[in-house]
Design a protein around this ligand. Structure first.
Ligand code: CP
Length: 325
């Protein structure tokens, strides 16, 4: 087992990493994405799968600034920061002075004035993290901005596939469901394409526009036709809360056409990986037998999320001489 001093000597922020913020995967290179995945592996090993705390970020403070609900992202950022020795500040818009009319920028600047080194922000408006990155002096990490991007979700999904399959190159990955409202879909698409996967987006025409082809993905409307070719299915939640009009006649009809169930599993590759970013609508995107079955890696995704978030926090804040804003 490496001592803390050996870990500090062996795990350092490389010169090739030059970003202050993580706003999305669209503008990262394949090498930068691979670097984050490599650091996730290193840090997971160095923390003994979370059983040991390191002090790589001792003296740094990470603020979670959540204007939308979260279970996985928020708690795993918090755990990741603590496992690297950082302090955390937890902010939720509900119960905060936002209810008294405080603006987003004033709220963020107030939290930053508590001498935080990074703000992890989730907001329903696309571009919120980009706006904050121009208004604050600290690092900004996008934890989901409306339907735009959710970069650490994309990274943890990709890490989960890489850990199971070794490489993304040549794999066929289908993102199924509510592509239109999914920030997870966008981050997955950018990351998967850069790492050499073939990406299919599949769902009802009201949720999957042909325009997605412009990003370099295949668009499909018939899950049963594409199923035999898929190495990975990532089943995206139907985001009822972002839909003004129901995009299909009934949940029952959606389930008949797109839900992953035992019968569809029998027609899939035997080694197919079943993923879902969560939360899932059990019985809508997939049946409980599939969600809890042997091909499902849904809980691995959650565990891998801590490793990815440790890697992101370390790469942004771990350089020697990093100073609070
Ligand atoms: N996948 C995801 O972002 O989950 P939470 O909303 O629970 O953070």
């Amino acid at each position: 087992m490496l001592t803390s001093d050996q870990v500090k000597e062996e795990i350092q922020v490389p010169d090739s990493w030059q970003h202050r913020h993580l706003l999305g995967l669209e503008h990262l290179t394949a090498q930068e994405i691979e670097l984050i995945l490599d650091y996730a592996d290193k840090l997971q090993e160095a923390t003994h799968q979370g059983r040991r705390k390191l002090d790589l970020l001792k003296g740094r403070t990470v603020a979670n600034l959540f204007f939308e609900n979260s279970t996985r992202t928020r708690n795993s950022f918090s755990l990741a920061a603590k496992r690297l020795g950082a302090d955390t500040v937890e902010f939720s818009s509900s119960g905060s002075s936002v209810a008294k009319g405080e603006t987003l920028i004033d709220t963020a600047k107030t939290i930053e004035a508590m001498l935080v080194d990074a703000v992890v922000v989730r907001h329903s408006s696309p571009g919120t993290p980009h706006l904050l990155s121009r208004s604050l002096n600290c690092s900004v990490i996008n934890a989901g901005d409306g339907p735009h991007e959710h970069p650490t979700q994309g990274l943890l999904d990709i890490l989960t596939i890489r850990r199971r399959r070794g490489s993304l190159r040549g794999l066929t990955v289908a993102l199924v469901g509510d592509i239109a409202h999914s920030r997870t879909a966008r981050s997955n698409i950018w990351g998967l394409l850069k790492l050499g996967a073939h990406v299919i987006v599949c769902g009802p025409a009201t949720l999957v526009s042909k325009n997605w082809e412009k990003l370099g993905v295949e668009v499909a409307y018939d899950l049963d036709k594409i199923l035999p070719r898929c190495d990975v299915l990532n089943l995206l939640r139907i985001q009822f809360e972002r839909q003004a009009i129901r995009p299909f006649p009934s949940v029952h009809e959606y389930t008949l056409l797109y839900a992953m169930n035992q019968e569809r599993l029998r027609r899939s590759k035997p080694e197919i990986l079943i993923m879902a970013p969560g939360p899932i609508n059990r019985g809508v995107e997939l049946t409980p037998e599939v969600a809890d079955g042997p091909q499902s890696v849904i809980l691995d995704q959650v565990t891998n999320g801590i490793a990815i978030r440790m890697a992101v926090l370390f790469l942004l804040l771990g350089r020697a001489g990093h100073a609070s804003s």
